[in-house]
Structure formats: structure tokens, C-alpha cells
Design a protein around this ligand. Sequence first.
Ligand code: SF4
Ligand code: SF4
Length: 93
Amino acid sequence: MALLITDECINCDVCEPQCPNDAIYMGAEIYEIEPSKCTECVGHFEEPQCAMLCPVSCIPLNPAWVESRDELLLKYERLTAAKAPAEPVVITK
Ligand code: SF4
Ligand code: SF4
């Protein structure tokens, strides 16, 4: 499951820089989570960092994005591969 930010968010700026997947961004009024990028921190940390650090506890699971741990791991691998720099091109003569 991805997580989501409710309208109790006070825009404290704590969660956004802590997300290892860059899934958190400032929306129209409050921070939001892009669910296709949220792995519940699976692959990076034992606990969802944003939910752990949020001072007003406004980051629950997103019931619209139900995923198993295996699916979250696959998502993590896909996101990590997309972030990895391209292989260097070796030119031989
Ligand atoms: Fe980012 Fe982890 Fe929070 Fe998902 S649970 S938004 S991956 S910090
Ligand atoms: Fe909003 Fe919580 Fe993130 Fe602060 S940590 S910006 S209150 S969701």
C-alpha cells in the first residue's frame, strides 16, 4: 500500500526531504504523496519514514492502493533501476 497525507497536514516540511523515493511533493494546499512512487519505504527502511516523523500523525495507509510486500519490493526495484545512472560507454579501438 502507498501512504496518503490527510488534510490535517500543517505543511511543516518535515516529511518531503525524508522520502527515499521522492514521492512527496507540495500540492495545491498541502503536501501530497504520489502513490506510484511510495513503497511504504520497503527496500530502504523498516518503517515508513514520513509517517514516523510527522508531528501530527496525518499519514495513514492509502486504501485505494493495496499492494503486498512483494509488490512493494518490485516497485522499489523498478524505481531504483530508473534512478540508476546509465552504464558508461567504453570505447575501444
Ligand atoms: Fe516516501 Fe516512505 Fe513515506 Fe512512501 S512511506 S511517501 S516511500 S517516506
Ligand atoms: Fe504535513 Fe506531516 Fe508532512 Fe509535516 S510531516 S508536511 S504535517 S504530512
